[in-house]
Design a protein around this ligand. Structure first.
Ligand code: ADP
Length: 435
């Protein structure tokens, strides 16, 4: 059954919560409503289920206005799974699901064998049949949610509305409930509209998403069109990276907090030498801490290059799989000179990147603090038959070797506290002691 939401507005007292919302849900699709807390998602769902009456606009179910349906017809057409609430009464699971048959019963009419059969099927589909004699109060959150969906199915609806059906559930139950809902839409042909909190789950399961922001629709359509970094930053105020799911290609949202959420920049510049995945987490944490971070030299396509680009960091890049050229080395040295500290991440040493070690050594020889991270010391990362290790040992002699990132962060804090950014002028004695 198709749902048309036409220019829907709603006001609580003088507080306008929804403002001219318009979108369509095609029959048999699974549509996710997403948006930050307080954006109006639950209100929208309550308008769709006629729990609230719009101040303007209307909802059309199939060919009929929601307004025009009798309560009984509405209950036979649409079922609502509200946010999980702890059931206070000691009903059995079977009794709870049987309540879903109410729209089909006359005033004092008892349930027929057919009603019991429909309840059995609903319990079967939702994997609750073994729970039927248990009290609803004894169930886990995931089991209770399945029973609530079973009750909704006993209504034999064409439309299923769910408000955050997986909140408070662990990832296993989240998957179980959403697999079930998806199956109901694809196999049983139910039209499903669900408010979902988790953007990745929404992208994974829904055919289309509706992104609500301050009571208006910011975007609606397939997840690839709705879940853009720009939309997420505008609506949630957080920087993210959108990548395709490695297997299914649906968009996945990864936090990229970095500069977006960290403290105000400290004007304290550090230059990181990374590569081969040694620097991603480090770059993020340094950005979070408010340092001005530069990076080099990284090969285009290297995961640290991707991380630096995603964080918007100034960097010196070399062509993919190429040795560092003298030009890029010069650029790197120039960038390094502007930094007050250099950090050498635990990079693999190959003939192609020895110039990065040369650059670090030159910085150390000039008296700049060079922090050398050595977290996984046991691992051989020299692929140059000794040349790289020799050079690294020289850098370690002149630099400050740290075996944990936490030591590095403390050392940097100490350096900048001591120096007031003037460490370079004070010479070697001013270097922070590192435990
Ligand atoms: P969401 O589901 O996106 O978190 P809601 O639809 O619950 O958002 O709420 C949208 C806005 O309406 C919020 O600012 C909320 O405080 C307000 N609101 C929700 N319910 C009521 C109510 N019963 N009375 C007054 N304001 C309400």
């Amino acid at each position: 059954m198709k749902i048309e939401i036409q220019d829907l507005s709603f006001t609580y007292g003088s507080h306008k919560v929804l403002d001219g919302t318009t979108f369509q849900v095609s029959p048999g699709t699974f549509v996710g409503i997403i948006g930050p807390n307080g954006s109006g998602k639950t209100t929208l769902l309550k308008l769709l289920s006629r729990i609230l009456k719009p101040t303007a606009g209307c909802v059309v179910l199939g060919e009929q206005s929601l307004d025009s349906l009798t309560q009984k017809t509405l209950a036979r057409t649409m079922a609502v799974v509200a946010q999980d609430t702890n059931a206070g009464y000691q009903f059995t699971v079977e009794d709870v699901v049987l309540m879903g048959r109410a729209p089909y019963l006359g005033r004092f009419q008892a349930e027929s064998l057919e009603d019991y059969e429909i309840v059995r099927q609903a319990l079967e589909v939702t994997g609750c049949i073994h729970l039927r004699k248990r009290s609803i109060t004894e169930l886990s959150g995931g089991e209770r949610q399945r029973v609530t969906i079973a009750r909704a199915l006993a209504q034999q609806p064409e439309v299923l509305l769910l408000d955050e059906p997986t909140s408070h559930l662990d990832i296993g139950y989240q998957q179980e409930i959403l697999d079930l809902v998806k199956r109901l839409s694809t196999v049983e042909g139910l039209t499903v509209v669900a408010v979902l909190h988790d953007l990745n789950l929404a992208a994974y399961y829904c055919n289309e998403l509706v992104l609500v922001h301050h009571g208006k629709i910011r975007a609606c359509g397939p997840a690839t069109e709705v879940l853009t970094a720009d939309n997420i930053e505008t609506v949630y105020g957080t920087r993210v990276l959108i990548t395709p799911h490695p297997v299914f290609g649906t968009p996945q949202v990864s936090l990229l907090s970095g500069r977006g959420n960290g403290p105000a920049p400290k004007d304290e510049q550090v230059h990181v030498i990374a590569g081969g995945g040694s620097g991603g987490e480090l770059l993020r944490d340094l950005c979070e801490a408010g340092y001005d971070v530069t990076v080099g030299v990284l090969n285009v396509g290297d995961s640290d290059w991707e991380a630096a680009r995603a964080l918007g960091l100034p960097l010196v890049s070399e062509a993919p799989f190429s040795s560092i050229s003298p030009e890029r080395h010069t650029d790197n040295v120039a960038m390094m000179q502007k930094a007050q500290a250099v950090i050498l991440a635990e990079i693999p040493l190959g003939h192609g990147n020895l110039l990065n070690l040369e650059a670090a050594l030159a910085a150390a020889n000039e008296g700049k603090p060079v922090y050398v991270l050595e977290e996984k010391q046991e691992q051989n990362r020299d692929f140059t038959a000794g040349e790289g290790q020799k050079l690294l040992n020289l850098v370690k002699e002149k630099g400050i070797v740290l075996t944990e990132k936490t030591q590095l962060y403390r050392a940097l804090t100490e350096q900048f506290r001591l120096s007031g950014n003037q460490l370079d002028d004070l010479g070697d004695e001013a270097r922070p002691a590192v435990d």
